[in-house]
Each structure stands twice: as structure tokens, then as C-alpha cells.
Design a binder for this molecule. Sequence first.
Ligand code: AMP
Length: 352
Amino acid sequence: MTPLPPGSTIGIIGSGQLGRMIGVAAAQLGYRIHVYAPDSGPANDIAFAHSRGDYDDIDALRAFARQVDVVTYEFENIAAAPIETLGDKVRPSARSLAVAQDRVREKRFVEALGGRPARWAEVADRAALDAAIDTVGCPAVLKTTRFGYDGKGQARLLSADDASAAWLAIGGGPAILEAFVDFEQEFSVVLARGVDGTVALYPSPVNVHKDGILDTSTVPAPSIEPWRAEAEALACKVADALDHVGVLTLEFFCGADGAVFNEMAPRVHNSGHWTIEGAETSQFENHVRAVLGLPLGGTGLTGTRVEMTNLIGDDVDHWQALLTEPGAHLHLYGKNEARPGRKMGHVTRVKR
Ligand code: AMP
């Protein structure tokens, strides 16, 4: 494919902070973004144009796609079928979206490529949950098949007695039941894949979550070294099998059970935010480069240690102190209200 020249417009479906950071990277290279979303979000502040429409409004999506040179998406909780109608202008393709947004498809896809998720079973209805508990055992986590994020749509079961409460907590099926993994650490593989199949792998960060939400990502992560090569090989296989174009992220648990696949995201990822200052080329720039058909940039570290910390809810109140901290790179997403659990910004510290 001929690379799209500077001045071209990238259409982004979704208006969140990921779209905003993709937009900043696009602007640096001389490209514009056009945001499509049902409401305004952090990405609208920096967009050249906006289209307001529902994610399943095929006519509105088509009109939007006609006005841009390439279409990408910044979150996966949108139906894949309407996106599919936009054809090959969409990068990553609707197939990457369809596989990654459905926990059943995602796990089957990864298993077929040799990946190892935690023991799991499909739960179509309440009766199936009892059967799943027999197969999977407890403790376990019940997760909605679709539309879960940041620990939402999940409930833990310590024993079979928790089944009804867990079923209610997630608002009913369809769901999966997954064995609880007694992991030592969590890490992710973030890669970018170009239109020509070239893959740029970032150093894998170790990720610490609080209340199901990412708290910190740190590189380098020597503690995950025993599992890194296996996880990277799987991520590359997944990217190739999907013919994925753009950034792809796979999350893993590791410990006595080896590298256990958790989930994937067909997009730039919170555990890759450290790359803005911590890598030669950020995940956002490499996503932009990939979807435009440009060569990918290097992924080496810019320091000896890089740590990204999310600013969740009230954490953002310390923004002025962070501005005075030497070496701290503050990113605020322009959200007005700091609700509990809401990602308001992040800070990256690079040790030279
Ligand atoms: P997820 O949205 O599936 O990535 O889950 C959010 C977080 O919940 C993960 O990053 C883990 O910290 C925790 N979690 C999810 N599934 C499991 C599991 N099967 N075993 C242990 N912890 C889990």
C-alpha cells in the first residue's frame, strides 16, 4: 500500500483518552484526526473534525468513513458488524475487533495458536454456571463475555455458594467462568504490526493492578523474564493470524502456572503509556505509522527504568505537585469530574 501522506486524516471511532493520545502523535507527524462518537470526550479537544453518531449507526459510520483516509478505533466495546461494513479502510480490521471483544472467541483463537488461558468454561445461562463450577472449580472469576473493562462485568466466586450473587453482580449472561490464577505478577506484550507484516515489539512491562484497574507499568521487568519469550511468540502469532495492522496488546499472568494468557486488546493500551517518554517511538506514534502504511519506529528504552502511574479519581488532585517533580511527565486527559475509578491522567518517570 502507498503510505498516506502528511495532511491525510485518520478517523478515530471513540472519543476517549486513547484517541486523544493517538491524535497528539498524529499531529506531530502532520496528520489530522476526525473523531466519531456518540458524545464528546478527551479526543474531541484536539480533533480537526467530529462526527456525532451511535456506534451501530451504519449510515452515519459510512458518511464518516467517506470523509477520512483511514479509520481506526480506540476501544473495542463496539459492535463489529457495523464496522465491518466500512471494509478495508478500517485498521486494525473488524476481525481483530470481533475476536478481541468476545472472551469466548478470544480464548478459542489464542488456544488454537498454542496459548494457555486459565481453565475456563462458557456460561450461557444461570444453569450453565453450576455446570461450569463443576468443571472449572473454585475460586473462580465470572466475567461477561463482552463489554467488560477495568474489572467491570466481573465477580469472584470463593465457592459454589457465591454462584447466584455473582450471576446477579454481572447482570446475567452470556459469560465465562475462569479459574482464579494465583499469579505472582502480571505483564503485557505490546506490539505494533505494519501493513507489510513487520512487527515492532516493546519491552514488556510488569503491571500492578488495584481494584481491577491498572495502577503502574514498569520497564524493564527482569522478574517476568522467564515467561517473556513465550508470551512474545504468542503475541506475534496472534498478530499474524489476524493480519493485524496497528498496536495489539496481550495481557498475561505469570507464576507457577507459567505464562497464562488473560486477554487481548486490538489497540493501544494503558500498559503502553510509558512509551510516550520511555521508548524511542511511542505506541501511539507506531499505531499511527502502522495504520497509515508508514515504516514503524524503534521501540528501545530511552532510560534505564521507566514507570507509568495512573491517576485514578482523586489522585489527579496532586497534579500541581507532579508539575514540580523533576523528571515527572504529567498527562491529564481533560476530564472535568474525578469520579472514583475514573482514569484522569497518568505520570511517567524515566530514570536516565
Ligand atoms: P481483566 O479485565 O480480565 O483483565 O481483569 C482485570 C484484573 O482482574 C486483572 O488484571 C487481574 O488483576 C484480575 N483478574 C482477572 N481475571 C483473573 C483471574 N482469572 N485470576 C486472578 N485474577 C484475575
